[in-house]
Ligand binder design. Structure first.
Ligand SMILES: [Ca+2]
Ligand SMILES: [Ca+2]
Length: 266
């Protein structure tokens, strides 16, 4: 995110163009509230001048594991019960497994856990939350693997205090089946590193926004004009009036408008 400023979007309060880079990155946000709060803060400090388009807000902004690329989470699978799932660890002295989380600590050799994950639908991301709780000066490196392939890392030196949410995208879609998800904690510099990982789940995301349910006329919001659009196109096929995006315009589209009434998708 460093480099050329987005000149039309990052006008500093003093009127000068400011780098829309690392200092404003979500990676440096420590005030809580997630990406929404971060974006609100950035928008407040650097109001646009009317030439910017409104950014669609994906569920995950900068923690997608692909830099600042936007991803749109379409489906998140249930959090994996690590205690119930088949798993193997580097040993009870270095890894403590609970139902929804595990803690790892290492002073020398790596601490690791392999978890058997059974997926029933295609998967293209893994998400987790990691919190380091080491003594000052620790330089832990948490590495995540899926079926032996490395899919992400989290460097303690640059991690935020508190919870670090990560959503590493997979290089290829993962077919339903039994897979092995692994977390490995290494320490560098001699200070023991300790991390807790929770909310581990798989899911499916896309790089374009999912269809806006209820938005029959494609305006980006769901309101009374969508009811009119459904009625005007009732019985037809195609996108006009198709509030639930199944290719047909029928009574279900009326229900879709009502169920999502008031929603704003962009
Ligand atoms: Ca609409
Ligand atoms: Ca429909």
């Amino acid at each position: 995110m460093t480099g050329t400023p987005k000149a039309t979007c990052a006008v500093a309060p003093n009127g000068a163009y400011a780098p829309y880079g690392f200092a404003l990155g979500y990676e440096r946000w420590t005030s809580g509230g997630g990406p929404e709060a971060w974006l609100t803060s950035v928008d407040s400090l650097y109001p646009n001048d009317g030439r910017c388009v409104t950014l669609p807000l994906p569920v995950s902004v900068c923690d997608a594991g692909r830099g600042s690329e936007d991803i749109y989470v379409i489906r998140t699978d249930p959090v994996i019960d690590l205690g119930l799932a088949m798993h193997a660890t580097s040993g009870p002295a270095s890894v403590d497994v609970n139902a929804t989380s595990f803690g790892a600590s290492t002073a020398a050799d790596a601490a690791w856990i392999n978890v058997q994950v059974v997926t029933t639908q295609p998967v293209n991301f893994v998400k987790y939350q990691a919190t380091f709780s080491s003594a000052p000066g620790a330089e832990g490196l948490l590495t995540v693997y899926l079926n032996i392939e490395q899919i992400g890392t989290l460097d303690e030196r640059f991690a935020m205090a508190g919870v670090n949410g990560r959503t590493p995208m997979l290089a290829a879609d993962l077919a339903p089946g039994t897979h092995i998800l692994s977390f490995r904690l290494d320490q560098f510099g001699g200070v023991p590193s300790t991390v807790s990982v929770s909310s581990v789940a798989t899911g499916w995301a896309g790089f374009v926004p999912p269809p806006c349910l209820g938005d029959a006329d494609g305006s980006g919001t769901v309101d009374f004009t969508d009811v009119l659009s459904v009625l005007a196109n009732f019985g037809s096929a195609g996108s006009a009036g198709d509030a639930d995006h199944n290719g047909l315009v029928n009574f279900n589209d009326v229900l879709s408008v009502l169920a999502n009434f008031g929603a704003a998708c962009r």
